[in-house]
Design a protein around this ligand. Structure first.
Ligand SMILES: Nc1ncnc2c1ncn2[C@@H]1O[C@H](COP(=O)(O)OP(=O)(O)O)[C@@H](O)[C@H]1O
Ligand SMILES: [Mg+2]
Length: 376
């Protein structure tokens, strides 16, 4: 039988729960042509959210067309333009002959070169001459608006992992180019999303940055324990298994309501459950997960300095104020001026997320492993 939980992939249908308010707000923005910036730590559900609302919007309106561009593996400006043009052309018509026709028509100043593989429907890409795009980049950045007008569509450009533009060689210039072209667009709408709160907040909320006030910023939160409890019980029941409220709550609480990890832990528990879940089963499932990850965790630990580790220990022991002399001394954190540096490096290593005023472990299982297995 297939697991009624899913982690690591986009979730939809009954595997996608709650988010009603966020869905409404995002849909409302898009319908009103308001750009949105969506931020949350990794694996809290941004991509799933955008994918779900895009299906709903497209079902309700033939005009709306959401185009997805993932910057996950896009490393520089040139690659950005190529991916951007390829995806926009591909996702706005169904015949590959049209991609070429439209490419030539809409990108007349930058002479695109088209490449096809064995299967033109899946294997298609565009490349440009760098000198030309460097000069006429607006030809590409205007693509969504030109196609919208020509085809009477409302194109929604959804760019995932947007924080990756900060790895481009000249991120600021790139942002200026994008902003200067996109802000003139009347029809096409932009939904830019990604993790790394600090980086994105700096791009969009800093007055001196090009993208300042480009759109509405939304911070995606976790999903509350009560929603998880209902979901876990329902998924067990729908596959002929049982779990009670307390155990379902324990799954969500142990994972601190983290969407990816709740689904992961629920799946592991479900697999071990023959018919009725009990305490031993959920404990065993957690042990399995820890065991599976322990080598990786050990390796991660080896990269930490003593002070970084001490900081994590202090967090586990509930310390919230790191500036007091007592804390600094008790946990051997050195001078107070160290604290910012320790935080920055733990955030860079993606061990901690600083979210609002609080910090938390990006991986709740790592925290449990550190507490129960390593520090004991
Ligand atoms: N609304 C949701 N309901 C249930 N599970 C979710 C939801 N959103 C995310 N998840 C869980 O979190 C995982 C990561 O979601 P994803 O959308 O890829 O996050 P992000 O784009 O923020 O990294 C999914 O595979 C799924 O297990
Ligand atoms: Mg994502």
């Amino acid at each position: 039988m297939e697991t009624p939980f899913n982690y690591g992939k986009l979730v939809s249908g009954e595997l996608f729960i709650n988010r009603n308010k966020e869905k409404e707000a995002l849909k409302q923005n898009i319908r009103s042509h308001i750009n949105t910036i969506l931020i949350s730590p990794r694996r809290w559900g941004k991509s799933s959210l955008v994918s779900n609302i895009s299906s709903e919007l497209q079902q309700n309106s033939k005009k709306i067309r959401c185009c997805f561009i993932d910057l996950f593996s896009v490393r520089d400006e040139e690659e950005f333009y190529q991916t951007y043009a390829t995806e926009l052309l591909k996702q706005t018509s169904t015949k590959w002959e049209d991609w070429v026709k439209n490419g030539k028509k809409f990108l007349s100043r930058v002479t695109p070169k088209f490449q096809f593989g064995l299967n033109p429907m899946s294997d298609f890409s565009i490349s440009f001459n760098w000198e030309e795009i460097n000069k006429d980049y607006d030809d590409i950045l205007n693509l969504s608006e030109k196609i919208s007008i020509e085809k009477n569509l409302h194109i929604v450009v959804c760019i995932d992992e947007f924080q990756n533009i900060s790895h481009f060689q000249e991120p600021l210039i790139m942002q200026k180019k994008m902003r200067s072209v996109w802000q003139k667009h009347q029809i096409s709408t932009y939904c830019l999303y990604g993790s790394k709160r600090h980086m994105l907040a700096n791009i969009f909320e800093n007055k001196s940055m090009p993208f300042y006030k480009f759109g509405d910023t939304m911070f995606l939160n976790k999903i509350s324990t009560d929603h998880w409890i209902d979901f876990i019980i329902k998924q067990f029941n729908s596959t002929g298994k049982e779990i009670n409220v307390n155990l379902a709550r324990m799954i969500a609480e142990r994972m601190e309501d983290h969407p990816y990890f709740v689904q992961l832990y629920a799946a592991a528990t479900w697999k071990l459950t023959k018919r009725k879940c009990n305490q031993e089963i959920i404990d065993a499932a957690l042990e399995n997960i820890k065991e599976q990850y322990s080598i990786m965790y050990q390796r991660e630990l080896d990269t930490l300095t003593n002070m970084q580790l001490n900081y994590l220990i202090a967090m586990i022991e509930g310390v919230k104020q790191f500036s007091s002399k007592q804390t600094l001394k008790k946990y051997n954190l050195g001078a107070q001026s160290n604290i910012t540096r320790i935080r920055t490096s733990l955030e860079k290593k993606e061990i901690l997320d600083f979210w609002g005023k609080t910090a938390e472990f990006t991986d709740p299982v790592f925290k449990i492993w550190l507490t129960d297995d390593y520090l004991k």
